[in-house]
Design a protein around this ligand. Structure first.
Ligand code: G3I
Length: 349
């Protein structure tokens, strides 16, 4: 039974439009009570940031250790939260023991991991990132596919293989193809959007059971435009393919922003608002999730360190777990009146 969204929370704002709201987390986050409380108050879907990935589960002994991902699964079911499984096949989450494997040794191991993991949580997860980041235009393949061990071992059919296996083992989960960099305003991003549409058309044409496109939404303040006709057009074409969308990993890097905290927080909030307004305008969105909830832990401090050395402030709560302007901006966007694309579907669909 899904827990009732709490009043004045992001999940209650989202529920009014038939969406789920959530965030990524690690088991260590559950030890910080104010953060755990903020997650429980605001979220009705959670995503394991790391602990459900292949390299986090695999052990050098060849055994698998699901204890951490089981703990997150238990936390979600005990609190009536949906869980978005992340990520079954991702080139950056291949266990070290298999990084130089290829051919049948790799494909057997990859299939075994997918089958074991999907079977373990079948019927318990809302959705899966079945394949993460399949495209890389810079790899100059006509189909835009990233040259990964999965492509090497299975060929381009690896995407169909993964989705068909996941669908067989958990027919009720929403199966997501998750990608980064579709949101940006650059020739490379436009090329990636075109390649994604071609990939989706190819896969759907052969019956690959992709239910939803995951758009990671790692944004950069002062780079992300307020309006973005190419992104609007892309989302309309995704909708035309009959696919829903999940905003899977939203955060807003402030590395280009001035140091002043008030200014930064206002610019970040404005970026969240403009982006979500656009996406919610154009497509049916199943869930909006941020990539962690508070500034006390964000991958961006490593990926986009600020030139002035100040810690990033990319998320909705500050390091003392207090709401920031971004929280209010996301809530306003979720309540967005003009949301034409989403019919008030059951949030759990
Ligand atoms: O937990 C271990 C710890 O025991 C060990 O001592 C330490 C040093 O090796 O590593 C810790 O694990 C780290 C883990 O994050 C938890 O903090 C891994 O090394 C580190 O690689 C892992 O980074 C994650 C990264 O994906 C790779 O899995 C980031 O937290 C996570 O934010 C990032 O998220 C990705 C999405 O999955 C896909 N989209 C892009 C996004 C950002 O890169």
């Amino acid at each position: 039974m899904q827990h009732e969204p709490k009043a004045n929370s992001l999940s209650s704002a989202a529920a009014q439009k038939g969406l789920l709201f959530g965030t990524a987390l690690c088991t260590s986050d559950l030890q910080l009570q104010p953060l755990a409380d903020a997650i429980l108050h605001n979220c009705n879907i959670i995503t394991p940031e790391y602990e459900m990935k292949w390299d986090a589960i695999a052990r050098d002994s060849g055994r698998s250790d699901y204890s951490a991902s089981d703990q997150l699964m238990t936390f979600s079911s005990a609190n009536g939260l949906a869980l978005h499984g992340h990520a079954l096949w991702w080139h950056e989450a291949v266990p070290s023991a298999l990084r130089n494997a290829s051919g049948k040794r790799f494909s057997d191991a990859a299939l075994d991991h997918l089958r074991t993991t999907v079977t373990r949580y079948a019927g318990q997860v809302h959705s899966w990132d079945v394949v993460n980041e399949p495209l890389e235009p810079a790899h100059d393949r006509g189909d835009g596919l990233r040259a990964t061990p999965f492509l090497g071992a299975f060929g381009p059919e690896y995407i169909e293989t993964a989705f068909r296996q996941a669908s067989l083992l958990d027919p009720n989960a929403v199966l997501v193809l998750n990608e980064m960099g579709l949101e940006y305003v650059s020739p490379a991003a436009e090329r990636k959007r075109r390649q994604m549409l071609a990939l989706l058309e190819r896969e759907l044409g052969r019956g690959t059971p992709i239910g939803c496109l995951g758009i990671q939404s790692h944004l950069t303040a002062l780079e992300q435009p307020h309006d973005h006709p190419e992104l609007r057009g892309f989302l309309r074409e995704v909708r035309g393919l009959g696919l829903s969308v999940m905003v899977t990993e939203m955060d807003v890097s402030d590395h280009l922003c001035p140091r002043d905290r008030k200014q930064r927080d206002a610019i970040i909030a404005d970026t969240y608002r403009g982006y979500l307004d656009l996406v919610l305008d154009e497509v049916r969105v199943l869930a909006v999730s941020t990539w962690c909830l508070s500034d006390n832990r964000t991958w961006l401090n490593g990926f986009h360190p600020r030139p002035d050395g100040a810690p990033q402030r990319p998320l909705l709560f500050d390091r003392a777990i207090r709401k920031k302007p971004a929280w209010h901006a996301v809530k306003a966007a979720l309540l967005h009146e003009g949301q034409g694309a989403s019919d008030p579907v059951q949030a759990s669909q």
